[in-house]
Design a protein around this ligand. Structure first.
Ligand SMILES: Nc1ncnc2c1ncn2[C@@H]1O[C@H](COP(=O)(O)OP(=O)(O)O)[C@@H](O)[C@H]1O
Ligand SMILES: [Mg+2]
Length: 324
């Protein structure tokens, strides 16, 4: 039997009595891409920080490449590279200096360091910025530099905690291209957390986590097949209509801001729904089965947050301001 890249069994963790991870179990195959998908507060960062030895779980087992992270943290750390949710670069140093410091921490000999730093900067197309001070970098450049740094000591497993938060769509796309290329060329195992549902479509396995509990796991196609259903998203014209819809279709989800999602139940349902309520809605659209609808079906909430892009950008700006 081959050893999986990541093995997590019955892992639980709480902060001051509040459960953040509740008996989480998962296995990640070597060389695969694994997406941990869940809303803010789901427990994603907690799981990553346990796996990368920064936090000790209350109970359960976590192994990377067959190494128990609690018993052998130093050995485990050598196998993994991490891109943290919050940028952890030193703004005052150059790209080269940031990578060199990381290499020193990992005990890489000087000649290895020089060579690997050159290779990694080329990989993320930052060679021309080698001696530039990180403070002058855009969000996307910082993320690329962090990926280069995470790979410097040649890990077998890469953890990325929300690697694309706060980046524009084009930069996000580019980051995913690097990650795919890396995985193909280096047989790297990649574990990514995200709350952008469209980013997990190409993952080998998607694991949905909510309130510290793994709700479901499978390939995007498997999840859609098993749990994907169509939904009618509507905005009722007034409270009477809203109450009538909720009473008639008890499986309806309340999405907030007056929006409801009614699960489509079989052929003819949409016509039937429209005949009853069509004239009493101020908005309506049909959502085909998607990972978003899987998430809705499994958790009862919508992951998509229309304001998320803006809020992420604000948070990133706040973090940058705070570091100065
Ligand atoms: N250092 C901490 N102290 C107390 N509570 C925390 C801490 N970090 C996270 N939490 C709580 O644990 C839960 C999971 O958080 P987290 O792992 O950061 O989720 P995610 O990364 O999915 O947003 C949340 O309810 C959060 O408020
Ligand atoms: Mg997080």
């Amino acid at each position: 039997m081959t050893i999986p890249s990541v093995f997590v069994d019955n892992l639980s963790h709480s902060y001051a009595g509040k459960l953040a991870l509740d008996k989480v179990s998962l296995t990640i195959a070597r060389g695969s891409s694994f997406a941990l998908l869940g809303p803010n507060g789901a427990g994603k960062t907690t799981l990553i920080s346990i796996l990368c030895t920064l936090r000790k779980a209350d109970s359960g087992t976590a192994e990377v490449d067959g190494i128990d992270v609690r018993r052998s943290p130093t050995a485990a750390r050598k196998r993994i590279g991490v891109v943290f949710q919050d940028s952890s670069l030193d703004d005052r140093l150059s790209a080269y200096e940031n990578l060199n410091f990381h290499g020193l921490v990992y005990g890489m000999p000087a000649r290895d360091r020089r060579q690997r730093i050159g290779e990694m900067l080329a990989l993320v197309e930052l060679e021309d910025w080698r001696d530039a001070i990180v403070r002058s970098f855009s969000g996307g450049m910082r993320r690329r530099l962090e990926i280069a740094r995470a790979l410097l000591h040649n890990p077998a497993i890469l953890f990325l905690d929300e690697p694309t938060v706060g980046l524009d769509a084009q930069t996000r796309e580019r980051i995913w291209q690097y990650l795919d290329q890396l995985r193909r060329e280096r047989e790297l195992t990649v574990l990514t957390t995200t709350h952008y549902i469209e980013e997990v479509e190409t993952a080998d396995q998607v694991c949905i986590i909510n309130n510290g509990v793994i709700v479901n796991q499978g390939s995007p196609a498997e999840l859609k097949l098993a749990h994907g259903r169509s939904w009618i998203h509507v905005v009722p014209r007034d409270d009477t209509v809203r109450t009538a819809i909720l009473a008639r279709f008890p499986e309806t989800r309340d999405l907030g801001s007056n929006r409801l999602a009614v699960p489509v139940a079989g052929d003819g349902f949409v016509d039937q729904f429209l005949a009853s309520f069509g004239s009493q809605l101020s908005e309506m659209r049909l959502e085909q089965p998607s990972l978003e609808s899987v998430f809705l079906a499994l958790t009862g909430t919508e992951l998509r947050d229309r304001a998320a892009g803006r809020r992420d950008a604000e948070q990133a700006a706040g973090r940058r301001a705070g570091r100065r």
